[in-house]
Write a protein that binds this ligand. Structure first.
Ligand SMILES: [Zn+2]
Ligand SMILES: [Zn+2]
Length: 197
């Protein structure tokens, strides 16, 4: 394809940066929500997209202070693994979601591996020049812009759904049959961040 085949609008769609004063508004097609944005990805979502509004990610990301209040910044917390590198059924590895809250995360690292009872350890994310990957989100009129900076250098943590399913399984094993099973909401699920407008 000749470079001329790109018209100026297409170029605008590809070359924006979250810090631009003017983000493209002539968007013909918005992206499907991406659960695992990686490798310097940029996405333009519809402002109606619920997941984009909440700035969700399947990576364990926590809010980070940003000098620009119009841009929401989140950084990756990595993944919690078994220090014995054990394998569960079907050779699956233990890749737990780091808790978002600092205190809970410290507590989490004192827990034992759910598979072999070995000590757990946190692998921090160093995918952005030795620092955690940051995702930037900005709500601008009809669109939500998402820019990911860096490439995750660690395995994917289990998703929130997988983490909940595992906790439920554990409870089924330990709870007596007469006790009704209640899905406990994880603390991170309660914190629903909405992008600043
Ligand atoms: Zn283990
Ligand atoms: Zn990461």
């Amino acid at each position: 394809m000749e470079p001329e085949d790109f018209d100026s609008e297409d170029k605008e769609m590809l070359s924006w940066d979250i810090n631009d004063m003017k983000l493209p508004q002539n968007v013909k097609k918005t992206d499907w929500f991406q659960e695992w944005p990686d490798s310097y990805e940029k996405h333009i979502y519809s402002s109606e997209d619920r997941n984009a509004q909440r700035h969700l990610s399947s990576w364990a990301m926590r809010n980070t202070n940003n000098h620009n209040s119009r841009i929401l910044k989140k950084s990756c917390l990595g993944v919690v693994v078994c220090s014995r590198d054990c394998s569960a059924e079907e050779g699956r590895k233990i890749y737990l979601r780091p808790a978002i809250c600092d205190k809970a995360r410290q507590k989490q690292q004192r827990k034992r591996c759910p598979n072999c009872d070995g000590p757990l350890k946190l692998i921090p994310c160093r995918g952005h020049g030795g620092f955690p990957i940051t995702n930037f989100g900005k709500h601008d009129r009809r669109f939500i812009f998402l820019q990911s900076k860096g490439e995750h250098d660690h395995p994917k943590p289990e998703t929130k759904l997988e983490a909940e399913a595992r906790r439920t399984m554990k409870k089924v094993h330990t709870a007596s049959a007469s006790v009704p099973l209640k899905l406990k909401e994880s603390p991170e699920a309660k914190i629903k961040h909405t992008l600043p407008r």
